[in-house]
Write a protein that binds this ligand. Sequence first.
Ligand code: SAM
Length: 197
Amino acid sequence: MQTILLPTSPNWDYSFIQSRWVSDDLFVSDSRTEEYYRDKNAICYFTQATSICEIGVRAGYSAYAFVQEPRVKKYIGFDINQEIDGGIVGYSDIARTTLKSINEEFQVIEQDSQKLTEIPYGPYDFIHIDGDHSYEGASHDIDIAIKSNIRWVCIDDFDTIPTVQKAICDAVIRHNIKRAYYLPNTDGLSSVLFDMA
Ligand SMILES: C[S@@+](CC[C@H](N)C(=O)[O-])C[C@H]1O[C@@H](n2cnc3c(N)ncnc32)[C@H](O)[C@@H]1O
């Protein structure tokens, strides 16, 4: 896997996310999270995505990082809205309301991604996969993203969750992916980007 360092977008503004942070969220906003979300914004800037799908929205912080790029006209997120893999019941409702206040077209849909056989309401340029972190769950989400002909597929948690790391590595082999990029982060909160063009 090739390592790439993504440039910071001129549109990047962490206060856009901070000002929307859920006040009693136990996942606190700090310098580590700032770099993490800068990276998310940079992926969107680098790929020049205009239409984005996300599996695993939580409170919408990655979504806010993506939609800071003015070319993003479509965002649809799917979240199971349960207390699993960092989820908090009700947070996807907060994300839905906040995203709609940014752009009436942006949507968050309550949905178990494991019940999907393809990514709905496409096409999309880019998908961010950060939902079910089991090996089977992450593998399933990667497989339906690739089946849905999405060019850019980003999977979170490569360094921190072994089951996700194995799902990513096995998907590279299973789908014969030629362009898989490792996106490093100084705190080990790295992700992997597939270019399926
Ligand atoms: C780590 S959080 C996502 C964080 C978000 N991407 C961000 O950076 O702000 C994982 C989310 O995935 C959701 N999730 C877990 N399993 C899921 C599934 N099978 N389908 C859809 N969402 C799922 C959880 O409810 C939780 O909100």
